[in-house]
Design a binder for this molecule. Structure first.
Ligand code: ATP
Length: 396
């Protein structure tokens, strides 16, 4: 991958014979074409030239077969032609592994202030001010494990921290990393990390990271595959140099099943619990999801929040959606606003996905995970008894 200096040189070569407008600044172009390889830059120069030709098309007499010299003399590729070309030519680095620039910020996440705070400190700060960490000689964390019940906003948090840190975002499900073909999973992971390094600063998000645990006895993927995948991820993480601006976030609903080797120091060593929001947090989440909804004066989101104990962010989003549907049902297409009655009806149809037992279970696991992490840190390896995954009790 060429860096800025390399890109400047390549653009220079591909625009060598081109009549460039006075406003074209090749230094600026090489700065803004982050992630472009040589072939992309060649395509960029070609597209810009086509853009310039398109501009003079109306002055050409196609019947004449020749171009009048005065038109040719005035023909030049301008800065604007390059700006238009940049809209059409995509850098290859962005094409292969889907690199996103998330559009979700801290304002779109509610009710999880502790997780937000820890991600800000652990990711946003080091990515935005790496020199401060460098000066103090401290190692910012390379990996985070978000765990908690489904629908509490783990994915949302990962996206928000990437956006607020002005980093790129690569999201992948563990199941997509598992291939039964020998060596393919490892290649996929190496490609993933290589791409992340190219588009750094970058946050890699691996969802359902628990399914990468070497399956013990249970069917599904071959244990060897998952073992190899975990090892490759660990090797890649160990190879990430400090302050390299690539950060891995894993997420799971079943932290007890996550391979303990992944939680060793220098890997996913920051464990962050993302639980169900309290009443204040629920009101905030309802506020986020009703921000574009016209509400009648009698709607009291705090009252709705008070009645939704143990509801997750996803549950609350569902309540809002149902209330909206109720309003449409009540008033037809002339509907103007959603009323308190619509919310009451919606609440009657909704249940919290998280039960009291599940919450207690997560509380228990929290303590257990801490103990595990400490044991791993102190003795550097896991005692045989500790390798057994903590299996959550069956519910219902
Ligand atoms: P899973 O474990 O099932 O992947 P998750 O914890 O990653 O779930 P998300 O995918 O982030 O949950 O949340 C699902 C949807 O629920 C989000 O797109 C969002 O609309 C809503 N939601 C969840 N939590 C919150 C929150 N804290 N604030 C605002 N919206 C939320």
């Amino acid at each position: 991958m060429p860096d800025e200096k390399g890109r400047r040189e390549i653009i220079g070569i591909h625009t060598r014979g081109m009549p460039l407008g006075a406003d074209v600044d090749l230094d600026e172009l090489s700065r803004t074409s982050h992630g472009f390889v040589g072939a992309d830059l060649a395509a960029l120069a070609r597209e810009a030239a086509i853009e310039a030709v398109r501009r003079i098309m109306p002055q050409l007499d196609l019947e004449a077969q020749t171009i009048p010299p005065e038109v040719l003399e005035n023909l030049s590729v301008t800065r604007n032609d390059f700006v238009e070309a940049l809209k059409r030519v995509q850098p290859s680095a962005m094409r292969e592994v889907m690199v996103q620039v998330p559009n979700i910020g801290w304002d779109d996440v509610g009710g999880v202030p502790e997780a937000e705070e820890r991600l800000r400190e652990g990711i946003e700060l080091p990515l935005k001010h790496p020199d401060a960490f460098h000066r103090l000689g401290i190692r910012p964390a390379k990996g985070f494990l978000l765990y908690g019940p489904p629908g509490t906003g783990k994915t949302l948090l990962a996206k928000a921290v990437a956006k607020e840190s002005e980093a790129n975002f690569i999201s992948i499900k563990s199941s997509d990393l598992l291939s039964k073909w020998y060596g393919e999973s490892e290649q996929q992971i190496s490609r993933l990390f290589a791409r992340a390094r190219q588009v750094a600063p970058c946050v890699i998000f691996i969802d359902e990271i628990d399914s990468l645990v070497p399956a013990r006895g249970a069917g599904g993927n071959e244990p060897q595959v998952t073992g190899r995948v975990v090892n490759t991820i660990l090797a890649e993480m160990d190879g990430l140099e400090e302050l390299q601006s690539v950060i891995l976030i894993g997420a799971t609903n079943r932290p007890g099943l996550v391979d303990p080797a992944i939680m060793r120091p220098g890997r996913l060593d920051e464990l962050i619990y993302v639980g169900t929001p309290n009443a204040e947090g629920r009101a905030q989440i309802l506020g986020i999801h009703t921000s574009k909804m016209p509400l009648a004066k009698d709607v009291d989101l705090k009252a709705v929040a008070a009645q939704t104990e143990r509801f997750t962010g996803a549950d609350l989003e569902d309540v809002v959606r149902r209330a909206g549907l109720n309003a449409i049902r009540r008033s037809g297409e002339k509907v103007k606003a959603v009323s308190a009655e619509d919310f009451d009806l919606a609440l009657k149809d909704s249940r919290a996905t998280v039960t009291e037992e599940m919450e207690a279970e997560y509380g228990r696991m929290k303590g257990e995970l801490k103990k595990r992490a400490m044991a791993v840190t102190q003795i550097g390896f896991l005692a045989p008894g500790m390798v057994e995954p903590i299996r959550p009790k069956k519910h219902g």
